[in-house]
Write a protein that binds this ligand. Structure first.
Ligand code: NDP
Ligand code: MG
Length: 393
């Protein structure tokens, strides 16, 4: 039996992971499930899958979790320290699917067991890629990508030498506002930006998809995970979301990964790796689809892509700053304090203001990353305060 731990079980990726595991329950033993505010769902999942431990990130939610688990054999815990302890419990396969920088510390703790970390939480590679990869090396742990583009690249690279890679193309649907005239974007609401045409995902990543901050994070993720030079990584707008990534080799061949827009493919691939097993995903009918279209991404429309290039060039803590400023800007957009296009402005200003901060130089470690994250949120707060009240007319 494979021992499973899922961090972020109550989210979109967490639910899809449990959907797959629940189809052959005898093959797995669910050790740990974690969630945030959705205590009702966490308790229901833990009982249904017979988890040994359920953890909420929020200490004040512990009484409710205990109450909902009363009469079951599931142990309850809460808070940041409890999340780390849960990551130290023996598991063969751990899903990292917390959203945001909060996913980093549990992921690092899980890697110390030397087992497999299925990584959906791209923010941990963006904020602390070298740290995460080094931790995995040190403990002989394996990180398997779950982000669909990175799973696609990983699959296209099977049996290939990384030196033979000439370029990597990750595709972007363009998100909910792809076909809006540019001058309207400033007025987009969270509801409009949060209606994804192809993928059914959590609210935050869906809005990041419309602003291309998601693709910006993924450019950095590609660089950190595969060690591919930034100039070899391209983005391509592909509205149908059928090709997830292409890997171009020095002999001119391109391996494209094609599949339905269903995260259960990438999750299932990481769950069964190195084997391929049947998965409950749609089989594509190419004749019915008719064709695939592509267009170059416009960096005026999506400044996040340009900012990602700056972050990759700067390295160090700039990924942590970029991500934290983005998270704060997204919160402000969701709270209707700033407009859609102002998110990138905030991030750009925070990056510029913090670029020469000497207190943030030196070797990358978790403390430094968390310090940079904290400072970037303060700086972003200042920029948001300066901009809010000046929402676009
Ligand atoms: P969701 O918002 O649906 O779920 C996020 C999960 O994290 C929930 O379990 C949530 O708990 C929990 N959580 C939120 N805040 C915290 C916190 N501060 N501490 C601990 N746990 C917290 O996100 P998704 O499932 O969409 O995304 C998860 C990760 O996977 C992200 O990094 C995303 O970028 C990545 N990803 C997602 C894809 C998708 O299709 N959804 C595709 C590719 C990557 P609760 O809901 O109970 O509050
Ligand atoms: Mg993706």
């Amino acid at each position: 039996m494979k021992r499973i731990a899922i961090f972020g079980a109550t989210g979109s990726i967490g639910c899809s992971t449990l959907d797959l595991i629940g189809r052959t329950p005898d093959a797995y033993s669910v050790e740990v499930l974690t969630g945030g505010r959705n205590i009702e769902r966490l308790a229901a999942q833990a009982k249904h899958h017979g988890a040994a431990l359920a953890v909420t990130a929020h200490e004040e939610a512990l009484p409710e979790l205990r109450e909902r688990l009363a009469g079951s054999r599931v142990e309850a815990a809460a808070g940041r320290a409890a999340l780390i302890e849960a990551a130290q419990r023996p598991a063969d396969w751990t899903m990292s699917a917390i959203v945001g920088a909060a996913g980093l510390a549990p992921g690092l703790a899980a890697l110390a067991q030397g087992n497999t970390l299925a990584l959906a939480n791209k923010e941990s590679l963006v904020t602390a890629g070298p740290l995460l990869m080094e931790r995995a090396r040190q403990h002989g742990a394996r990180i398997l990508p779950v982000d669909s583009e990175h799973s696609a690249v990983f699959q296209a690279l099977a049996g290939e030498r990384i030196e033979a890679v000439e370029r990597v193309i990750i595709t972007a649907s363009g998100g909910a506002l792809r076909d809006w005239p540019q001058e309207r974007l400033a007025h987009a609401t969270p509801e409009e930006a949060g209606a994804h045409p192809n993928w059914d995902m959590g609210q935050r990543i869906t809005i990041d998809s419309a602003s291309m901050f998601n693709k910006a994070l993924e450019l950095i993720e590609t660089h950190e995970f595969f060690g591919i030079a930034p100039e070899k990584i391209e983005t391509l707008v592909h509205p149908e979301s059928m090709i997830h990534a292409m890997v171009g080799f020095v002999d001119g061949a391109l391996m494209a990964h094609v599949g339905p827009a269903d995260m259960r493919h990438a999750i299932g691939y990481a769950l069964h790796w190195p084997e391929r097993r049947a998965l409950p995903v749609e089989r594509l009918d190419f004749a019915a689809l008719g064709g695939f279209t592509f267009r170059a991404p416009d960096e005026d429309r999506w400044p996040a892509l340009r900012l990602a290039r700056e972050v990759m060039a700067a390295g160090g803590l700039s990924g942590a700053i970029f991500n934290a400023a983005k998270e704060a800007a997204l919160d402000a957009f969701l709270a209707r304090r700033i407009g859609f296009m102002q998110m990138a402005q905030i991030v750009e200003r925070v990056l510029a203001r913090m670029s020469g901060d000497v207190s943030l130089s030196g070797d990358l470690d978790l403390d430094k990353v968390e310090q940079a994250d904290h400072l970037a949120r303060i700086r972003a707060g200042e920029e948001i305060a300066a901009l809010s009240g000046r929402m676009p007319e």
